[in-house]
Design a protein around this ligand. Structure first.
Ligand code: JCZ
Length: 248
């Protein structure tokens, strides 16, 4: 997968993109990320990327010309089909809430273009005539689209074939199964008087699997009951949930 990121602050990406799983994916040729500074696509002496909002108000707005030119420069050798099928994603608090499902959809494309805004936001004509989808990483405001783009790239790259070893496949991750993860323990068996649950050291793998599944359901019911509506549950799970909902 080829990911192109348009930003005024390419240096912000150095940390996350030069560590761990991500670097390994890059060095294996599974993903290639290119950063493009929107300022490089200005033509005036002051390399102006922003301007005052029509109608007045606080803050500055990113001008449309450098953003259109940056995207068009990327697409210069692309076929009509590649242009039509490549998502141009704007990171914004007004976007669709980002989810594992959206990450999976994006991971199926051979190319992605991510656009990071700054200041008060981007000229509406960028949204209307260049951007194909708007994504929000959550209902809070951050200083720009860069951190949001890093979150999206991380979630997408993990899903590319060959990025995760079979050891930690993304298949039984929380949010893939639709339930929260069960509690995890490692050594020592007793830490400051707090023991690991007996079942986990019993060696009985079917009892362990049953306990973990039940813990996932208990946790999801307590913390994220909204997720249960969309989770894949069997009749026994439904019965457990009904019992847990009764006051005891
Ligand atoms: C540009 N402020 C772009 C995205 N989910 C989320 N929260 N905040 C943002 C975001 C904030 C921004 C800009 C200026 C995205």
């Amino acid at each position: 997968m080829q990911i192109d990121i348009l930003t005024l602050f390419p240096e912000m990406f150095q940390g996350p993109f030069s560590t761990g799983l991500f670097q390994r994916a890059v060095s294996r040729g599974l993903v290639s990320v290119e950063l493009h500074n929107i300022r490089e696509y200005t033509h005036d002496r002051h390399r102006t990327v922003d301007d005052y909002p029509y109608g007045g108000g606080a803050g500055m707005i990113l001008k449309p010309e450098p953003i259109f030119e940056a995207v068009e420069a990327l697409q210069v050798d692309w076929s009509t089909r590649e242009k039509a099928e490549t998502p141009v994603v704007l990171l914004t608090p007004q976007g669709h809430p980002f989810s594992q499902q959206i990450a999976r959809k994006l991971s199926e494309h051979p190319r992605l273009i991510l656009l990071c805004g700054r200041y008060e936001g981007v000229d509406e004509r960028v949204r209307e005539h260049l951007v194909t989808e708007e994504i929000s990483i959550g209902d809070y405001v951050i200083g720009g689209g860069e951190l949001a783009a890093m979150v999206v790239v991380d979630a997408v790259v993990r899903l590319l074939p060959g990025v995760l070893g079979s050891e930690d496949s993304s298949e039984d991750d929380s949010h893939t199964a639709g339930l929260l993860e069960y509690p995890h323990y490692t050594r020592p068996p007793v830490f400051r008087g707090w023991s690991v649950p007996d079942v986990l050291v019993s060696g009985d793998h079917s009892r362990i699997a049953g306990w973990r599944h039940e813990q996932s359901i208990i946790r999801t019911l307590e913390r994220r009951p909204d997720l249960l509506d969309r989770a894949e549950l069997c009749v026994r799970d439904e019965e457990l949930i009904e019992r847990l909902k009764q006051p005891h």
